[in-house]
Write a protein that binds this ligand. Structure first.
Ligand SMILES: [Zn+2]
Length: 165
């Protein structure tokens, strides 16, 4: 199955899309060693501790990028999600381009309810943005599309980090 926007892509972009769609898992060497960080992340979010949340996310980013052999990226955790109309932004991935490294920005609170984002949703967002990074640097795709394969890779990482889920 492909998402409807596939039909609007050029032939070259369709090839990138199909390549992305075929990759279903991201095997993570020694993912177990990262489990303590996951428990600490849940705790930091529960305590609404932005500094600690950011520090743990940075450690997790180091752990993931070093295990997968991709460049490290910068990571920022901000307080309130920005809104664009009715849509809330959960996370953002920006390519390195002119910068020293790519950047992931995550938000701790929903704009609507001003509540701290639930731990699983927050981790999913983190891994979603990390999967964009992997598309460029692990799979060397020229574009990073939201394909079914992309969401499977996001889930694959999630289940290796939160095995009881
Ligand atoms: Zn995305």
């Amino acid at each position: 199955m492909v998402f409807s926007y596939y039909n609007k892509l050029s032939a070259a972009r369709k090839r990138v899309y199909r390549k992305s769609d075929e990759l279903h898992a991201v095997p993570l060497p020694d993912g177990k060693a990262l489990h303590p960080l996951i428990a600490r992340l849940a705790e930091a979010l529960e305590h609404e501790d932005r500094d600690r949340t950011e520090e743990i996310c940075k450690a997790l980013a180091r752990g993931l990028t070093s295990r997968l052999g991709v460049p490290l990226l910068r990571l920022k955790v901000l307080a309130m999600r920005p809104t664009t109309g009715s849509e809330e932004l959960h996370g953002l991935y920006e390519l390195a381009e002119g910068r020293a490294s790519a950047v992931i920005t995550l938000w701790m609170r929903t704009a609507k309810h001003r509540r701290v984002v639930a731990f699983r949703a927050f981790l999913r967002t983190f891994l979603h943005e990390m999967c964009h990074h992997l598309d460029y640097h692990l799979y060397h795709l020229p574009d990073s599309y939201h394909t079914e394969g992309f969401y499977k890779r996001e889930s694959s990482l999630f289940h290796q980090l939160v095995p009881e889920a």
